[in-house]
Design a protein around this ligand. Sequence first.
Ligand code: 6GU
Length: 225
Amino acid sequence: MRIDILTVLPELLESPFAASIMQRAQTKGHVEIYTHNLRQFSDNKHRNVDDYQYGGGAGMVMSVGPISKAIESLQAERHYDEIIYMTPDGEMLEQSTCNQLSLAQNLLILCGHYKGVDQRIRDLYITKELSIGSYVLSGGELAAAVVVDAVVRLIPGVLNDETSALTDSFQDGLLAPPVYTRPPEFKGLHVPEVLLSGNPKDVAAWREAEAYARTKERRPDLLEE
Ligand code: 6GU
């Protein structure tokens, strides 16, 4: 997979991909991630990429020119399965969307800033608009990093133990069950006996029951779907 990210703050996207699983995914060749500074595509001497909004009001709007140039120069090189715009008014990111995106060959992600991008960019180029939750971030970069992490870890071969993505919370529509490691007792709290039993059937049944109970308690909405 190849992921291109358009941003006015490329430095915000360095560390999220420079460690741990995301770094290894790149080293092993499962994904190539490129960030592009939109200012490079500005045609004025101040390298501006935003302007005052028509109709007045506080807040700047990202201009059509630099974004259009950036997208079209990338499109000249390859087809993008999705051109994603990160915006708080986008569709809420779900595991199902991450699963779909993990099958893509090429993704292009545009990070919103200021009051957002000129609507015509959305009308002309964007195929998917994503939000990562009902709160407002200063820009789309951290949200884009969340999407990339959630998607890249699903590419086959990225995780060490490939089954570990299958037992994630949400992957089967349930939250994950509690987990324990050594020691068997800590400050009076004991690891559930069944986990020490060595009986895989009993362990699986316990985990499923716990996953269900936790989901019913914390996220009953997931059980209604
Ligand atoms: Cl995608 N962008 C911004 N700026 N804020 C957000 C968001 C995105 N998702 C949730 N909050």
